[in-house]
Design a protein. Structure first.
Lengths: 116, 248
């Protein structure tokens, strides 16, 4: 397995959990990302913060699909904010944007998740 | 912009395909059929119908024979040569590069011929990813990668997919999965043979990521490359007669 090059820190905000992503997200991030997902516990919504994302390859996009499946299985909403223009386009190209709500800011994402 | 950010931005621009709304085939090589690619949208695992699968195929080669980056460079450059017999990959002559669209002629169970394609979604020195268009037998992507581990170079093909529509889902259940496993086994064996290791075993790992079928996507069948390819083949005699009439 490739080496992990990203960190995923989880913050709780009411019924939502925010995951702060830092570094390079690749297939090597699987264990740490899924560990972070476990930390989100019974959150109704999971909000991914990409503000400090340095880089993501196609393996990283694949991990997001797997995360989405797990979230759907537990009836959790998956949202994202802080994506650069480039990664917004990648979400559109891979059509991840059809399942993951994309927002400009943390407050927009939380509002979309119904968290005041 | 810091040096680190500049490096990341350069990688972004170089390694990912540019955004496209629909696929465009610039040139159709002789033997290829462009009936299921032109004008189609890309379709990932989220857009598919069937259960979601992650299939991983690996072959280990001695590290002294080839490094991970050399292996990927060769795989990208000579990708069509490693495909099993009976299947054709009409890619660009320059090799695999982000944004390039390739046409495929596939042989399915029952000797059925199918014309489809893929787009190169991502490519760097250690991996590259192909994404499927609407109507392909599965919706998803295939990532080819190589890593160096314990003195060996491990070549890997990993498929993340759902069958595109109910017909393909049935086909996968009735032998399609086995055929796909054989396909990638043969591909990796050919790759290993190229590097002088024809007897290397291919490891296969299959994980059902999502057991649920997405019934809301049943109408993907409208784009089915199997149905459209069959209709195209059935129309061959008529096209032949028309061609003769025009030439005379």
């Amino acid at each position: 397995m490739a080496e992990a090059t990203a960190t995923f820190e989880v913050r709780r905000h009411g019924p939502a959990s925010i995951v702060d992503i830092r570094g390079d997200v690749t297939s090597g991030s699987e264990t740490v990302l899924m560990g972070a997902y476990e930390e989100t516990g019974d959150a109704r919504a999971i909000v991914l913060n990409f503000t400090d994302l340095a880089y993501m390859n196609s393996g990283g996009i694949g991990l997001l699909v797997t995360l989405l499946v797990r979230a759907n299985r537990h009836s959790q909403q998956l949202l994202a904010f802080g994506l650069s223009d480039h990664y917004r386009q990648i979400f559109e190209l891979t059509r991840l944007d059809e399942a993951v709500g994309i927002h400009d800011t943390e407050s927009d994402a939380l509002a979309a998740a119904g968290v005041a | 912009m810091s040096e680190v950010n500049e490096k990341a931005a350069a990688r972004d621009a170089t390694n990912w395909a540019k955004k496209v709304s629909t696929l465009n085939v610039s040139e159709v090589p002789e033997g290829a059929i462009n009936i299921n690619v032109e004008g189609k949208r890309l379709a990932g695992p989220i857009q598919g119908f069937g259960k979601m699968w992650q299939k991983t195929y690996q072959v280990r080669l001695p590290g002294e024979r080839v490094s991970a980056t050399e292996l990927i460079a060769t795989w990208k450059q000579r990708f069509p040569e490693f495909w099993p017999e009976g299947n054709a990959f009409y890619g660009p002559l320059t090799g695999i590069a982000p944004g390039e669209v390739a046409l495929l002629n596939m042989t399915l169970p029952g000797k059925m011929k199918l014309s489809t394609g893929v787009m190169v979604l991502y490519a760097d020195e250690e991996s590259f990813t192909l994404m499927t268009p609407q109507g392909h037998m599965f919706a998803g992507w295939i990532t080819f990668s190589a890593i160096e581990r314990d003195g060996e170079t491990v070549a890997q093909a990993q498929v993340l997919m759902r069958a595109s529509d109910p017909i393909f889902e049935l086909g996968l259940t009735l032998g399609g999965h086995k055929q796909e496993d054989r396909f990638w086994d043969q591909t990796l064996t050919r790759l290993a043979t190229h590097f002088g290791e024809p007897d290397r075993e291919v490891d296969t790992q299959v994980v059902c990521v999502d057991k649920k079928r997405q019934w809301s996507k049943w109408s993907n069948v409208w784009h089915s490359s199997a149905i459209r390819s069959t209709l195209y083949m059935l129309g061959a005699p008529v096209r032949g007669i028309k061609g003769l009439a025009r030439s005379s």
